[in-house]
Ligand binder design. Structure first.
Ligand code: ZN
Length: 353
């Protein structure tokens, strides 16, 4: 196994750090170059390593001296073929990932001093799409998982008994032993804290719906803690170690049995309410759930996540905007005007990291 002499350049750790590292376009380009070709330019076509031709008027394009292939510095990243300066992307990604809550296009426009609302809107949409990873791994394994059903968004008031505008969301939370990492401000009296989470909007809580989610997102053999609801009845048969709390509506007892999943559910509700004032349309909910998963799972390493968000240095191929939105809504970067209310399309269910 060969040791890579030049590891990835470090990610910024503080705001000041970020500012110092990325003051201008040149610095951003150099960073991308370092990530992509840590040992110097290698032509992606002919494989020859040599200093490329550089053209001052097209600084993102490197031309191979041997085969004349033109390689773009931004290939494979979210900034591919962008007309927006790199530093806007870097800063937008930083702001997006550093905020604990969500972020509106108007706010981004103000913070970055972007003239056009449409540009800020497009940046934000792309970043949001970047929160979904095509191959997110399963959670659990050596860690146990708390699992429950939540009702999110909408109102119940005035709709009559048993009617609800709320949407059902399956919530799985990994239980980590010990104290949470220090840079995190979570009140915890216990000796465990929430690890990674998975969320999925579902139409019902039938056993087959539950089974599908669990098989998609939780490692076989994992210990799963739930309340005593019958819809969780198949988990043992599916190869999990299922520990249901058998209790008749004793909410305090259930709270003590699966405290983390309840913590996550109440934080999720507060986030949706606080950031979007609860005004999320049902069909767009999964997009926001994905953003929440992303924020939650990266709450220990916010600064580093700007890189993931922009798909810098990732082995996975580029996840394009179009991949995510599969032609439902096409927003070009130079689009002159967007309708005021472009629907946020639905992302593939639960495919987030
Ligand atoms: Zn070449």
């Amino acid at each position: 196994m060969d040791v890579r002499p030049n590891p990835l350049p470090r990610a910024p750790t503080t705001l000041l750090d970020f500012q110092t590292m990325f003051p201008d376009e040149v610095a951003c380009r150099r960073y991308l170059e370092q990530v992509r070709w840590p040992d110097g330019f290698v032509c992606p076509k002919c494989g020859i390593a040599d200093e490329p031709y550089r053209n001052a008027s097209r600084p993102l394009v490197f031309e191979c001296r041997s085969c004349r292939h033109q390689a773009r510095l931004t290939a494979g990243t979210m900034m591919h073929r962008t007309k927006i300066p790199l530093r806007y992307w870097f800063w937008a990604a930083y702001l997006f990932s550093a905020q604990t809550s969500g972020f509106s296009a108007l706010e981004l426009k103000k913070q970055l001093g972007i003239n056009r609302y449409e540009t800020a809107y497009m940046l934000l949409r792309k970043l949001r799409a970047g929160t979904t990873r095509p191959r997110a791994e399963k959670i659990g394994g050596e860690h146990s998982v708390e699992f429950d059903v939540a009702f999110v968004g909408g109102r119940t008031k005035g709709l009559g008994h048993g009617k609800t505008k709320k949407t059902m969301v399956l919530v799985a939370v990994e239980v980590r032993e010990g104290k949470p990492p220090e840079n995190i401000n979570e009140k915890t009296k216990q000796s465990f804290y929430a690890g990674r989470i998975r969320l999925r909007k579902v139409p019902n809580r039938k056993a087959e719906t539950i089974d599908q989610f669990v098989q998609d997102w939780i490692e076989p053999g994992t210990v799963i803690l739930t309340d005593g609801d019958a819809s969780f009845g198949n988990l043992s048969r599916l190869g999990y170690v299922h520990l249901p709390m058998v209790t008749k509506k004793d909410s305090a007892k259930i709270e003590g049995w699966v405290p983390l999943v309840h913590l996550v559910i109440s934080n999720l509700k507060a986030w949706i309410h606080g950031t979007f004032h609860g005004a999320i349309r049902k069909k767009h909910l999964q997009t926001y759930l994905n953003e929440y998963i992303y924020r939650f799972n990266r709450r220990f390493s916010r600064m580093a996540s700007f890189r993931t968000l922009l798909q810098i240095g990732t082995q996975v191929g580029p996840v394009t905007y179009e991949d995510h939105y599969r032609g439902r809504v096409r927003v070009r970067e130079n689009v002159s005007a967007l309708p005021a209310d472009v629907a946020v399309p639905v992302l593939p269910t639960g495919a987030a990291e």
